[in-house]
Design a binder for this molecule. Structure first.
Ligand SMILES: [Zn+2]
Length: 83
């Protein structure tokens, strides 16, 4: 059993599994894309930080949120127009 803790991003690795600072299970690629690439420095122990990973990024997140909001707008409009 190997536990690691990153004081920069607050992530924990328990037996190889990454947990966010919130305690939620996560992936190193997502952590790198959302946190470490932008907010951590060289002391960060996430080995995917700064690499060409395929994790979540804020750009992807925002695109998803935009899509959801656009859908909601469309639904609201459809209701208003009684389509
Ligand atoms: Zn870190």
């Amino acid at each position: 059993m190997e536990n690691k803790f990153c004081s920069k991003c607050g992530a924990k690795w328990i037996d190889g599994q990454l947990y966010w600072a919130t305690g939620k299970q996560g992936s190193e690629a997502d952590l790198a894309g959302l946190v470490c690439d932008q907010y951590s420095d060289e002391q960060c122990i996430n080995k995917l930080k700064g690499t060409n990973h395929n994790g979540q990024t804020w750009e992807k997140r925002m695109a998803e949120i935009d899509k959801v909001l656009a859908d909601l707008d469309r639904q609201r409009l459809e209701r208003q127009l009684d389509l």
